[in-house]
Ligand binder design. Structure first.
Ligand code: GCU
Length: 137
C-alpha cells in the first residue's frame, strides 16, 4: 500500500496557528487549533485510484477531555475521530480513521466539533489500498 505523509503546518488552516512550543513534533511545528467549533485543517491528498484509505493523525492532547474532530473528504458527511487525552502536550499519539478517496486530488478536512477546538495536530499519514488497519503516523 502506498503511504504519503502530510505535515499539518503545511496544510490549509482555518482558525488555528502553527506553533512549535511543545517538543516531539515532526517537521517544523504543529497546528494549534483555536479553541472553537469549526476550526479546521485541510490536507490535499492525492490518490492514484478511488478506494479506501487509512488516515493516521499524529496529535497531542494535554487536557483531560477528548477533542473530537469531524473528518470529511471532498465535503462528505464525514466521520468523527475522538482524539483522546495523551497525558501531556509533548506526548504524541495516533488517531485513525478509514475513509474513501476519489482518484486524483482530495480535500481531507479535520474540523473541530466542540468549543475546545481540535488537538494539537502534527501530521497526517495516508495509507491507500488498506482498510481499517492503522499504522504509526
Ligand atoms: C495550551 C497548550 C496549547 C494547546 C492549548 C489548547 O495552551 O499550550 O498547545 O493548543 O492549550 O487547549 O488547545
Amino acid at each position: 500500500a502506498a503511504v504519503t505523509e502530510h505535515q499539518a503546518e503545511s496544510a490549509s488552516i482555518s482558525n488555528g496557528l502553527v506553533e512549535s512550543n511543545h517538543a516531539g513534533y515532526t517537521g517544523s511545528g504543529f497546528v494549534n487549533y483555536d479553541n472553537e467549533t469549526g476550526a479546521y485543517v485541510e490536507f490535499t491528498v492525492t490518490a492514484a485510484t478511488a478506494g479506501p484509505a487509512t488516515l493516521s493523525f499524529r496529535y497531542a492532547n494535554g487536557t483531560a477531555a477528548g477533542r473530537p474532530v469531524n473528518v470529511t473528504v471532498n465535503g462528505s458527511a464525514g466521520v468523527s475521530v475522538a482524539f483522546p487525552p495523551t497525558g501531556a502536550w509533548s506526548t504524541w499519539s495516533t488517531a485513525v480513521a478509514t475513509v474513501s478517496l476519489a482518484a486524483g486530488a482530495n480535500r481531507v478536512r479535520a474540523t473541530a466539533t466542540t468549543s475546545t477546538g481540535g488537538p494539537n495536530l502534527d501530521r497526517l499519514a495516508v495509507d491507500t489500498g488498506t482498510s481499517g488497519v492503522g499504522r504509526p503516523a
